[in-house]
Design a protein around this ligand. Structure first.
Ligand code: FE2
Length: 156
């Protein structure tokens, strides 16, 4: 069995592992939710929302990778398996089928509201335990909050 030496104390390691694990699940599921809506959006604002959703997906995937690799770096194997994400994600479930543009905007405003609150809590939880992981989560929050603003602006 491969063991990666953690730079953290046991107590810090436990806290940071949990925060990064849950952050990864949120980000992987956000990328899936973004593509699902990207493919199924309909309505007069199709093109705007369709391409905005690819920005959601690109950012979520980029940050998922950074979070997962930080987890590996501190000695905790990342778990981004479909079964883990399906079982543990806290994102609201999406229904299959076409979705009107206004409904996509409302859905993503609600979705970002939840993800940001959880990310802020995780950043707080790891602040003392591991400033490096804290910094990574702050970068995630910066991106999510920017996109949250854009979704709210879309609502008009
Ligand atoms: Fe596409």
């Amino acid at each position: 069995m491969t063991t990666i030496h953690s730079p953290l104390t046991d107590d810090a390691h436990k806290v940071v592992t949990e925060a990064l694990r849950d952050a990864l699940i949120d980000l992987v599921d956000l990328s899936l939710a973004g593509k699902q809506a990207h493919w199924n959006v309909t309505g007069p604002r199709f093109r705007t929302i369709h391409f905005q959703l690819d920005e959601v997906v690109d950012a979520a995937r980029k940050h998922a990778d950074i979070v997962a690799e930080r987890s590996a770096t501190i000695g905790s194997p990342p778990d981004g398996r479909a079964e883990t994400v399906a079982g543990d994600s806290q994102l609201p479930r999406q229904q299959p089928g076409w979705v009107r543009d206004d409904d996509v905007v409302a859905t993503f405003i609600g979705l970002y509201d939840g993800v940001i609150a959880r990310m802020r809590q995780r950043a707080h939880d790891v602040e003392r335990a591991d400033p490096v992981s804290n910094n990574i989560l702050l970068d995630v929050i910066e991106e999510l909050e920017k996109q949250y603003w854009m979704w709210q602006a879309e609502r008009g």
